[in-house]
Every structure is written in C-alpha cells, then in structure tokens.
Design a protein around this ligand. Structure first.
Ligand code: FAD
Length: 442
C-alpha cells in the first residue's frame, strides 16, 4: 500500500494509489475516471499541512502534480508569471530571479507548493499584504466533473477558490502577481510587551513587514521588522552563520538535544527557553540588522518536528488575546517550549479565509517533538482553542484545531455558502474527505 506522511509526522495517509500526471490531459482523465467511479480523489502539494486535509482515505487516489511544474509565461509589463500548479516556491523563486522578479510576500516556510499555499490561506506578515491567494490574478482548475475552468480574481467564484481547501477540483495553472526583485533589511530587537503595544500602530504602518514573538517562561519579547532596501546584501559568511549555524545547528539540533532531555522532565523547559533566548535574541537595547534577498529574509529554517495551532483574530484584539494566553500558561503551569508568534494580515473576501472581512493578527504556538518524543500537549492546545474561540478566532486550515461545526459556522459568515458551492461543483463529493466531514460535522 502507498503511504504519504506529512512533514510533521502527525498524519499518515494510505491511499489506494498515487499518480504523478505530467500533462493536462492526464489530469483531466484521472478526474473523469474518479468521478465516474465515485472514487475519492485528493491532490497533495508538499504535505506541509499539519492535519489530514490532503488525504483521500484508503479507497481513494492521491495525485501529486510535482511533474507538472513548468513556468509557462512571464508578462514582463504586468510583472505576472503563469505557472503549472505543481511548481513549488523554491523552484519558482529560482526561475524568477534571472527575469528580475520576486514573489510579493512569503511565510517562514518557503518550501510549499503554489497550489497548496493557495488552498490553505498560507500567509506571511505585514499589514499591506493579504494571504498568498490575494497575489493570484487568475487560476485554471479541472472541476470535479473533469471540465477546465478559468477563474479570475474579480470573478464571484474566486471567493470560493481563493481558499478552496482542495475541495473544489484540481488547480492546474496559476497566474501570480510578482514584483521587481527586491532586498529586505531585517531588524530584530528586544522590546517590552508594553512598548510594542504603545507603538503598535507605528510598527504596523511604518514597516513593510512586522511581527513579534514571546519566549514563554521569560519576559523576552522580540520584534521583527523588514523593509525594502538598496543596501548591499549581507556577506555569504553571515548568511551561512545565520541560517546554517544559528538557524539549523543551534536553533534546531542543539535545541532538539536539550528538549529531548526536557521530555523526561518538563520542568527544564523554562531554563532551556531562557538559555536559547540568550543565544538567539539580541541583547536588551541592541538590535540585529541584516540585508537579504526577500525570500531569504522571510525564511526560517525548520528541522525540529512540531505540532502547531494558529488562529486569526480581529486585529483590535491582539493584546487582549495574547495576554490571556500568557496568563493561562502561567496559571495552568504549562511548559511551552517554543516562541509564540504574532503576525498580521490584511483582510480579503474569500469565503473560507481566516482573514475574510477583517484585518487580523494570527497567533501561532507550537510544541516540539524532540527526536520524535511527543510531550503531552493536547491539554495545552485544547486550552488555547478555548481562549481563541472566545475571541471568535478562525484557525489556519493547514494547522491543528479541535473545534466544532457550530463554531466554524458562527465564525465564518459564508460557511454554508462555501459548502453549498462545493456540493454543487462536486455532487459525488469525490474531493471531500475525512477532514471535510469533520468540519461539516458529518
Ligand atoms: C515547518 C512549517 C512552517 C510553516 N510555516 C507557515 C507559515 O509561515 N505561514 C503559513 O501560512 N503556513 C505555514 N505552514 C503551513 C503550510 O505551509 C501551509 O498549510 C501550506 O499551505 C501547505 O502547502 P503544501 O504545498 O504542503 O500543501 P498540502 O499540505 O500538501 O495540501 C494542502 C491543501 O492544498 C490542496 N492542494 C494542493 N495542491 C492542489 C491543487 N493543485 N489543486 C487543488 N488543491 C490542491 C490539498 O488537497 C490540501 O487540501 C508551515 C508548515 C510547516 C510544516
């Protein structure tokens, strides 16, 4: 039997078969055959989602478009690129560079597949930017009936496809708005939470990208700012030191070894957090500056496996929710071993987007699995879910959550409209799976 495991090793899918089509015709044939036989069918991108959103079940077929990954057209005037949907972000970045183009905004994981990112609300941070799909000008899909359909950004149907969760057919082609190649100057500095709150609107408005983190069990908060610059790039040695030594060796391997010890005694976590914070964060009153090509600036190396919860809230609630989480961790004595990250994203109009209708902050928190040992973390994630729901939080579709259909319906005003659209497009529900059944309470 075939197997697909997600990046975090929290999900294992065992579909009946996995196909790697290389042409549009093959994709259309697979969809038509599955639809005629009512065989469950899902597409997998890079399997970076932390849940089973891309699984088809044991009777189902999984399709990977990794062999359907060419750049088809570059419109130099409009700075748009049209790609086959199997391309992943690193390959796209590499192929855009000789043409003097860059992607507008990225998250910290820059290894996703383009269509996967379009389906789950993948996002970075910065008040001038929406989720990844807001940079899509047009997509082409093979519908569950096996017909090809073009959907432009301004079409009503894009409100469904903009965050389609992989439930609406197979995206085969995407046209993305890019911008001329640019560099970002990254500034990292320690600030107190009260200072971040007092300067919040300036930090948001005066920086192209802004996010902040808290190291649990410490009073260390760090602000991350990134702005376009013409300064020359930091040296190769600095890049090697930052990403190779600090990012991979220290922040992943050393951290993993320490957390492995803490998996036998969680009370060590606060000490490890303080130690890592002293190594990784600039000292009080100092700031770290570096200049990189934009994709390097966004990137954060992830090696150490983890599970993650990330919800979006109305931006006005940022500090109330954040303080409630800090308080909960203290009072319930939960040992949280990684930074809690707060990012900001502009609103959009996609029916299933966590950012639909309002500017949001995304609050994300993780628990690591050192050498694949998993500390008990469900209690933490359940407590987090309760706080986040109280504030009308909407989960990231590629991450973990344990909330009910009623919660979703309450927090997503277009919930029923989306599923009615999905059922109309796919009356045999071949693209729906265990994940969608759980969402729909079926
Ligand atoms: C270490 C790590 C860091 C992360 N950092 C971030 C971050 O900074 N920001 C963020 O927002 N997320 C982040 N994520 C989450 C993850 O990157 C997103 O969920 C991402 O969108 C998943 O992309 P993928 O290519 O792996 O898609 P998959 O997980 O493989 O699939 C996701 C969905 O897309 C659908 N899909 C894929 N291809 C197609 C297609 N051609 N047509 C139709 N549907 C399709 C699948 O069926 C599925 O429903 C991170 C994940 C990891 C593991």
């Amino acid at each position: 039997m075939k197997k697909i495991r997600n990046w975090a090793h929290t999900t294992l899918c065992r579909p009946k078969d996995i196909f790697y089509p290389q042409t549009e015709e093959e994709i259309v044939d697979i969809v038509k055959i599955c639809n005629a036989n009512r065989t469950p069918l899902k597409v997998v991108g890079k399997a970076h989602s932390y849940n089973d959103i891309f699984c088809a079940g044991e009777e189902g077929i999984v399709v990977s478009l990794k062999k359907f990954d060419r750049i088809e057209h570059i419109d130099y005037e409009k700075k748009c690129v049209t790609v086959q949907a199997g391309i992943d972000i690193p390959r796209l970045i590499k192929r855009l560079k000789p043409h003097g183009l860059s992607l507008k905004n990225l998250g910290t994981n820059i290894f996703d597949n383009i269509a996967g990112a379009c389906s789950t609300g993948y996002h970075g941070s910065g008040m001038n930017f929406g989720i990844f799909s807001t940079d899509v000008v047009e997509m082409e899909v093979v519908t569950p009936a096996g017909e090809k359909k073009r959907i432009r950004r301004e079409d009503e149907a894009f409100k469904a496809y903009g965050t389609g969760l992989g439930m609406l057919g197979i995206i085969i082609r995407v046209t993305l708005q890019c911008e001329p190649f640019y560099k970002l100057e990254v500034v990292e500095k320690r600030m107190k939470l009260e200072e971040i709150e007092a300067q919040f609107s300036t930090l948001l408005q005066e920086n192209r990208h802004f996010k902040f983190i808290w190291i649990p069990h410490t009073d260390h908060f760090m602000v991350w700012l990134a702005n376009k610059t013409d300064k020359s790039e930091s040296s190769f040695l600095k890049k090697l030191y930052t990403y190779g030594f600090i990012g991979v060796v220290v922040n992943n391997f050393l951290h993993e070894a320490l957390l492995f010890l803490a998996s036998f005694n969680r009370k060590l976590v606060p000490k490890i957090n303080r130690f890592m914070s002293r190594i990784l964060l600039p000292a009080e009153g100092e700031e770290a500056r570096s200049v990189y090509a934009s994709h390097w600036a966004f990137f954060l190396p992830h090696v150490l496996k983890q599970d993650v919860v990330e919800y979006a809230f109305n931006i006005e609630e940022t500090f109330d929710v954040f303080r409630e989480i800090i308080e909960m961790i203290k009072t319930k004595k939960i040992y949280v071993d990684t930074p809690i990250e707060v990012r900001f994203v502009k609103k959009d109009d996609f029916w299933m987007s966590p950012t639909q209708g309002e500017d949001v902050c995304f609050i994300g928190t993780k628990i690591h699995f050192p050498l694949m040992r998993r500390p008990e973390y469900f209690r933490y994630f359940s407590l987090i879910d309760q706080i986040l729901l109280k504030h009308r939080g909407r989960p990231h579709w590629g991450k973990q959550f344990r909330i009910t259909t009623e919660d979703f319906r309450r927090n997503y005003p277009h919930w029923d409209k989306f599923w009615a659209f999905a059922d109309k497009e796919d009356p045999n529900r071949i693209f729906q799976n265990r994940f969608s059944k759980q969402l729909r309470g079926e």
